[in-house]
Design a protein around this ligand. Structure first.
Ligand code: FE
Length: 167
């Protein structure tokens, strides 16, 4: 279904559509993180990815909760945006030989993922509030908070150490 498909007639339809996309995205991220954990050399980065894998499982559970609160079946639909980000991440890491540079590349990829999620959750929260669903907004806000914290942590690891080692 395209973004401007005629099947989307209301903000409520659009909300569900985007919820299905972020559901797909979270599942793809859960599938990709183990590979990134395997590739990371820096122990703090590895541990950060491990923690985020655990959090991602919680994000999937929360998105399922929102489907339930909203009274629709949990269903994922393809999201080409996250596929592109993850594909590019895979290509770049395959091209990097040096370990420290690979860590820097992994952080860059992970932050692209986090920023994608941050924009999606921000929109979903605003729409949920507009639709009078503060219950859904509150659950989604927990995911947003963890994505933001992860993004900040990645910046910290990059700026304190990885970028220096990679340079
Ligand atoms: Fe997430």
């Amino acid at each position: 279904m395209g973004f401007f498909s005629k099947d989307i007639k209301s903000l409520d339809d659009l909300f569900i559509h985007m919820l299905r996309e972020i559901y797909y995205a979270e599942e793809q991220i859960e599938r990709t993180l183990p590979k990134m954990i395997g590739e990371a050399t820096d122990p703090q980065l590895k541990a950060g990815f491990e923690k985020h894998l655990e959090q991602t499982r919680g994000h999937i559970d929360r998105v399922e909760q929102v489907f339930e609160l909203h009274g629709v079946k949990a269903k994922a639909i393809n999201c080409p945006a996250i596929d592109g980000i993850l594909e590019e991440a895979d290509e770049v890491s395959g091209d990097v030989g040096d370990k420290e540079v690979l860590d820097a590349a992994l952080i860059a990829s992970a932050q692209a993922v986090e920023h994608y999620e941050i924009t999606r959750y921000g929109t979903l929260i605003a729409w949920a509030r507009q639709l009078g669903r503060s219950d859904c907004a509150n659950v989604l806000a927990k995911n947003l908070k963890e994505e933001q914290a992860t993004d900040r942590k990645l910046t910290e690891i990059a700026e304190n150490r990885i970028n220096l080692l990679a340079a």
